[in-house]
Design a protein around this ligand. Structure first.
Ligand SMILES: C[S@@+](CC[C@H](N)C(=O)[O-])C[C@H]1O[C@@H](n2cnc3c(N)ncnc32)[C@H](O)[C@@H]1O
Length: 315
C-alpha cells in the first residue's frame, strides 16, 4: 500500500475544508481519462500548445538553443502521454541534433505508454524514464554535467498554489547550470465562457476524472465512497484567474476507509477541494521567477493567443 497516499488522504479528509491532491487523479484509469480530456473540444489547452509544438517547432528549437555545439538532455516533468513533445523530438531527430530525452512522471503507467510509443516512432532516440514526484526528482538534474533543457508543459505548474510554484521554480533553478533552459507552458487568463467548459465538459469526462480520486481511495485504501453521492463542481472567475475543482456531497453521509480505520462525515453540500488550475499573465509569471536566477528570454504563443510557452534561461 502507498503510505504517502494513505497519509495524505488522512490529512486532507480530516481538514476543514476538506481537500485531496490532484496528483492522485493519475493511475491507469485516470491517465486514460486525461487523454480523453485532451481530445475534448472544450479542452482548448492541448490544441493551443499543440499548435505551438507543431507549427512553431523551429522557433522553439532556436529559443531553447538546441544545437550540436553541446549535447544536451531534454528532461520533461509530468510528461503524460508526451503527444506535444513528440513533435519537438521528431524535428530534432530530423535535424540530426544530438540529445537524450528523460521524461519524468508520477505515473509509471504513463511512462510505460510513452516509452513504448517512442520505441516505435523514434527508435534511435536515447530515452531514460524516471518515475517520481516533481520535487523529489529535481536534485537528480545535477547528476551529469550535460546541458539541460527542462520542459514543464500543459500548464501543470498551475496545479500549484503560487507560493509552492515559486518555491518549485527556485528549487528547479538552483539545480540548473548557466546555459540551461526551462520551458514552462502556461494557460493565459481569459474569459469564463472559454475557461470553465474546459473543466466541465458536456460528456462528463472531467467529472469522471475528478471522481477517480474517490474510486482510488475505495480500491487502494478500502474506502466505501458511493460515487453516486458526490458531484463534480468546478468554479472560475476571470478576476481571480484560478479554475478550482471540487467534489460536492449530495447528502449527509458517512464514509469509512478501512486502511485508516476511520469514518469521515460529510454534510450535504460539503466539498472536497481537489484541484486548482491557475491561469497566468506576464506580471504573475514575472513575480514567480523573481530572484530565482532565471530570466525570461522568450515567449511563444499559439495562433489564438490562449496559451504561452515561456522560455526561461539560467545565466
Ligand atoms: C495534466 S497532465 C499533463 C501531461 C503533459 N504535461 C501535457 O501537457 O499533456 C499531468 C501529468 O503530470 C503528472 N503529475 C501530476 N502530478 C505530479 C507530481 N506531483 N509529480 C510528478 N508528476 C505529476 C501526471 O501523472 C500527468 O501525467
Amino acid at each position: 500500500m502507498n503510505e504517502q497516499f494513505k497519509n495524505d488522504v488522512l490529512d486532507g479528509l480530516s481538514a476543514n475544508p476538506k481537500f485531496l491532491s490532484s496528483k492522485y487523479f493519475y493511475d491507469k484509469i485516470g491517465d486514460d481519462l486525461f487523454v480523453q480530456i485532451m481530445n475534448l473540444p472544450e479542452y482548448y489547452l492541448t490544441n493551443a500548445e499543440m499548435d505551438i509544438f507543431s507549427n512553431k517547432t523551429d522557433e522553439l528549437i532556436a529559443a531553447l538553443n538546441c544545437t550540436n555545439d553541446r549535447p544536451f538532455d531534454i528532461v520533461e516533468l509530468g510528461a503524460g502521454d508526451g503527444s506535444k513533445t513528440i513533435k519537438l523530438l521528431e524535428r530534432l531527430v530530423d535535424r540530426k541534433i544530438n540529445f537524450s530525452y528523460q521524461p519524468v512522471d508520477i505515473s509509471q503507467n504513463a511512462l510505460d505508454g510513452l516509452e513504448s510509443r517512442l520505441k516505435t516512432e523514434l527508435p534511435n532516440l536515447e530515452v531514460e524514464t524516471q518515475q517520481g514526484e516533481y520535487f523529489e526528482v529535481l536534485s537528480s538534474l545535477k547528476n551529469t554535467n550535460r546541458r539541460k533543457v527542462v520542459l514543464f508543459l500543459g500548464s501543470n505548474i498551475g496545479n500549484m498554489l503560487d507560493p509552492i510554484a515559486k518555491k518549485f521554480i527556485d528549487e528547479l533553478s538552483s539545480n540548473l547550470n548557466g546555459g540551461d533552459h526551462l520551458l514552462i507552458g502556461i494557460d493565459l487568463i481569459k474569459a469564463v465562457d472559454i475557461v470553465l467548459p474546459a473543466y466541465n465538459d458536456s460528456k462528463g469526462i472531467t467529472a469522471a476524472f475528478n471522481l477517480n480520486v474517490l474510486r482510488r481511495i475505495n480500491s487502494e485504501l478500502g474506502g466505501d465512497f458511493d460515487l453516486e453521492k458526490f458531484v463534480h463542481s468546478p468554479y472560475y472567475t476571470e478576476e481571480e484567474g484560478i479554475a478550482k475543482s471540487y467534489l460536492k456531497s449530495t447528502c449527509n453521509q458517512e464514509v469509512f476507509i478501512a486502511a485508516l480505520d476511520k469514518t469521515f462525515h460529510f454534510e450535504e453540500g460539503e466539498t472536497i477541494h481537489t484541484e486548482i488550475s491557475r491561469k497566468y499573465n506576464d506580471k504573475i509569471m514575472q513575480s514567480l521567477i523573481q530572484d530565482s536566477g532565471l530570466q525570461m528570454c522568450n515567449k511563444i504563443m499559439d495562433n489564438k493567443e490562449y496559451f504561452a510557452d515561456y522560455i526561461l534561461c539560467k545565466s
